[in-house]
Structures are given as structure tokens and as C-alpha cells.
Design a binder for this molecule. Structure first.
Ligand code: ATP
Ligand code: MN
Length: 477
């Protein structure tokens, strides 16, 4: 008999058909009613064990977490809220599970507890829903770019650039840490290392993506990114996945338009393709919110929030306007910000971003034209001489979800910026070459995939939207 996934059984409504399924026991009641889940859907298949007699030792093996194979006849279900249930005629235990030891019991577990059981947490409704959505979202990302004529490229994970400028890096080395070869002045001699130079894990594929955009036109990367930043927040991972489109002939406005269109498209896609998982997470989100103090509660439900972001244009506000708003804001005047906003030029803190998005505008915001000295060297200098053509997209509850810019395409200006910022230009010889041979205006952005998954699933902590999170002091599994 052909094995079927529970998702297709529930969708097909095949009453009176013979059927065989395999999965894991979620619950087993009254020695008769079994809820089976195989990961294909949030829903369990209700199974009724109607054997004449089952011996006790066999029944004892049907525990939460056990893997079993069932076959029988699908019949119309009277009680369970589902159209069909399986009248079981044959049951085989594939892998037993000791109820005394199996940590995932049919009750509410805290997310913190489940993080310690990251190898088993996908067997809960919440995590399976999050991971199915993550998968659908990832497909939607490729679908969007492929439809738009972008090419998927893979940039190096091990990099010799130390000027990517997006954060602290993890060293990659095969030198003996205890006894490294030394150079003339007693430092480790990286000339003798695997690559003959210092190398690190990449913090961004942007610089290489630029090279490919200036040949293929429109490209995107979607790969792992590593940052050794010691920020133990609910929005930072040491290993995360980043989507980085890079487009030739795009200015900053084209860049913003694309980012909005992209986010709208993938949100719509997932809203359509993950209805059941989202409904479950929407209810979960409502429960979580209702346990928070009234002041901190989200004013919208999860699905409502997603629909709101799809329907509404993002507010585009220059850094300078934002500073004015913040300077004159209530929390600033009442000294409620930890970092007071006094002068033009400061870097915005997450409390400021949250005020703009969640209190002042109450919608996603694109901040653009930042002061040059708080942004990276490759961003295009504006005519005012003070700002660069950068943009950050800020989302409610998440903060920064996208960081992007128009890139400096003028060789002389770029060289000047590199010098000003004290960056080693020798390393960037190939990047400067791009400005010598057929340079054109171009733009791109980076979107943290997990932050988008957080937004769609309503999970408060980024550690709960990636299978095995990497954070400071934690590389278990
Ligand atoms: P933040 O200020 O939130 O640390 P950033 O300015 O360092 O972000 P960028 O260097 O612009 O971020 O990276 C592009 C995008 O990558 C960010 O908008 C965010 O969505 C995501 N991102 C950055 N750092 C992390 C991280 N440590 N974990 C997960 N996602 C991240
Ligand atoms: Mn950062």
C-alpha cells in the first residue's frame, strides 16, 4: 500500500479508502484514540484503534514521541473537527519512546526549555509551523528574484577581505593555536597559514555581488553570514542567513522600490501558502500578547500585522527629518531615551528606531540619507558632502530588517572615502578595478532572513526561527 502524507490525506477527503501512514504519536487517549503527526502539516491525523484486544505490553509502547506505522480505512469523522479519521487495522511500532525520558510531553513547554532540546523541538506544533514557514519563505525568495530576472550567485564563505566593514569576524585558520609559527616581530605568521594570509568567515557577500552585478546585471545571494558580535539580543545571531540583491543601473529610489516590492511579494506568498500554520501562530501570538502588560501589547494580531504591511506603503523619511522628529519627541523631552537625541550625526539606537516605527509613524519606515561618518565606505556620497545614499528599513517589533545603499561608483570619491576611513586600499584592488572598467551607478541591500521569519511567525526571539542557533557561548548541537 502506498504511504501517504497526512497533509494529502486530509486534503483528499478519501472516505472508505485504504491507507497507510507513518509518523510520531502526539497523544494517545483511552487506549483507543491516537493523534498522529508526520510533519507534513500542523494538523494531526485522528486514528481510532478498534482492535478486539491489544495486549498491555504492546499498548505501553504507544507513547508520545514514538514512531509508528498505521494502516486501515479512512472514515468520516464524527467528533474530532476533522473530516476524516483512520480506523486502524494494523499498527507497527517503528521506534519506541520512553515516556519517562522523552522531554517533549503534550503540555506547554517554555521556549527557553525547548532551546535546550533543539534536536527534538521540531516535534512541537510551534516549531514545526515555524520551520515549514521558513522553508516556504525561502522558496518564495528564490521565486521572486527568478521571476524578476535576477541571477542567484554564491559568494565566498571564507573571505580574505577584512574591509567588509559590517562587524567583528570569525577567524579561519589551520595554524596550531598553541604553537603558531611567528614572523620577525613575534606575531603569528599567517603567511604559513592555509591560504597564506589571514582569512575569516564572511560578514556579507556584497562586495563580490557587486562584481557580478556589473556583468550579469541583477543578481542576488542567499547564504550564511557570520558575525562575532557580542550582542546577546533577541535579534542577533552569530550565524544567520542573508539575502543580498545587487542591481546595476539602480539608484537609491529604485533600490527602495525593489525592497518594498520584494517584501510584499514574499509576505503575500506565505500568507497564501501557509494558511494553517499561520492561523496556529496567529492564535499563539494572541495568547503571548495577552500575557504581557497592556502597554507593551501589539495593537494588531499577527496576520493583521502581515496584511497591514502588505497593504500600506512604507514611510520614507530622511535621517535629517527623523532626527528632528526624535529631538522634539515626548520621550526625548522627558528624558526617557537612554541615549538622548541632541544633535545631527548620532547613530540611531534601537529605542529611537522603535519610537519612529511603533509610536510616531505606526508603519514600516525607510530611513535614508544617513551621515557619512556612521556608514560604510562603499556608500555613495551625496552632493551635500555630509550624507551618503544609505537606507535602512525598520519594521514594527523587529527594528532593522534591511540595510542597503547606492554604491559609490566614482573611483576618485571612493578612494578618498577609503583613505578617510583608514581602510587598507591594497586589499580592495579588485573592488577599485570595478570603478575603473565600465563603472555604472548600482545599488543593493541586505535582508536578514531570520528577522523576516521572526516578523511572519511572530516569534519574539531570533533563536526560535533557525533550527540550531549560534549565539555567544552557545554552539551546542
Ligand atoms: P543591526 O543594527 O540590527 O545590528 P546591521 O546594521 O549590523 O544591523 P547590516 O550590516 O546592514 O545590519 O546587515 C543587513 C541585515 O542583516 C540587517 O538589516 C539585519 O536584517 C540582518 N542582520 C544583521 N546582523 C544580524 C545578526 N547578527 N543576526 C541576524 N540578522 C542580522
Ligand atoms: Mn549589527
Amino acid at each position: 500500500m502506498k504511504q501517504k502524507k497526512i497533509k494529502s490525506i486530509l486534503e483528499s477527503n478519501a472516505i472508505d479508502k485504504k491507507c497507510s501512514v507513518q509518523g510520531w504519536v502526539r497523544t494517545f487517549r483511552a487506549n483507543r484514540f491516537l493523534a498522529l503527526n508526520d510533519g507534513s502539516t500542523i494538523e494531526n491525523l485522528q486514528c481510532v484503534l478498534d482492535f478486539e484486544k491489544l495486549d498491555d505490553s504492546f499498548l505501553k509502547q504507544i507513547n508520545t514521541g514514538a514512531a509508528i506505522k498505521l494502516s486501515g480505512i479512512l472514515s468520516e469523522s464524527l467528533g474530532s473537527g476533522q473530516k476524516v479519521e483512520l480506523q486502524v487495522s494494523n499498527l507497527k511500532i517503528l521506534g519506541s519512546s520512553d515516556p519517562e525520558l522523552y522531554p517533549i510531553q503534550p503540555k506547554r513547554h517554555s521556549l527557553e526549555f525547548l532551546r535546550e532540546k533543539a534536536h527534538l523541538r521540531v516535534r512541537t506544533a510551534t516549531f514545526s509551523a515555524v520551520m515549514r514557514i521558513r522553508s516556504a519563505l525561502s522558496f518564495a525568495v528564490h521565486q521572486f528574484f527568478q521571476q524578476e530576472g535576477f541571477f542567484y550567485i554564491n559568494t565566498p564563505i571564507i573571505t580574505g577581505n577584512d574591509a567588509e566593514g559590517a562587524g567583528e569576524m570569525f577567524r579561519v585558520s589551520t595554524l596550531d593555536l598553541k604553537n603558531p609559527p611567528k614572523d620577525e616581530i613575534g606575531n603569528p605568521d599567517f603567511k604559513q597559514d592555509f591560504f597564506g594570509k589571514e582569512t575569516n568567515l564572511t560578514v556579507s557577500g556584497q562586495l563580490e555581488a557587486e562584481a557580478y552585478a556589473l556583468g550579469l546585471g541583477d543578481v542576488y545571494t542567499f547564504g550564511p553570514t557570520f558575525r562575532a558580535e557580542n550582542s546577546n539580543t533577541s535579534r542577533h545571531l552569530a550565524e544567520f542567513w542573508m539575502i543580498e540583491p545587487e542591481m546595476a543601473f539602480y539608484d537609491l529610489n529604485d533600490n527602495m522600490d525593489l525592497a518594498e516590492k520584494f517584501i510584499t511579494s514574499v509576505l503575500k506568498n506565505v500568507l497564501e501558502s501557509c494558511k494553517k500554520d499561520l492561523k496556529f501562530l496567529d492564535e499563539r501570538f494572541a495568547k503571548e500578547e495577552s500575557s504581557k502588560p497592556v502597554k507593551e501589547r501589539s495593537s494588531m494580531g499577527l496576520i493583521q500585522k502581515i496584511e497591514f504591511v502588505i497593504k500600506n506603503d512604507y514611510r520614507r523619511v530622511s535621517y535629517t527629518e527623523a532626527i528632528d522628529i526624535l529631538r522634539n519627541s515626548k520621550p526625548n523631552k522627558k528624558k526617557k531615551f537612554k541615549y538622548p537625541v541632541n544633535e545631527w550625526g548620532i547613530d540611531l539606537q534601537s529605542e529611537h528606531e522603535r519610537f519612529l516605527v511603533e509610536k510616531h509613524f505606526n508603519c514600516p519606515v525607510i530611513l535614508y540619507d544617513y551621515p557619512a561618518n556612521i556608514k560604510a565606505f562603499y556608500m555613495r556620497r551625496s552632493d551635500d558632502g555630509k550624507t551618503v545614499r544609505a537606507m535602512d528599513i525598520l519594521f514594527p517589533g523587529i527594528g532593522e530588517i534591511v540595510g542597503g545603499s547606492q554604491r559609490e561608483e566614482r573611483l576618485d570619491v571612493l578612494k578618498e572615502r577609503i583613505k578617510e576611513m583608514d581602510i587598507n586600499a591594497d586589499e580592495l584592488w579588485w573592488y577599485l578595478d570595478l570603478r575603473k572598467f565600465g563603472s555604472v551607478p548600482h545599488s543593493g541591500f541586505g535582508l536578514g532572513f531570520e528577522r523576516l521569519v521572526q516578523f511572519i511567525t511572530g516569534m519574539g526571539n531570533i533563536r526560535d526561527v533557525i533550527p540550531f542557533p549560534r549565539t555567544p557561548q552557545n554552539a551546542a548541537f
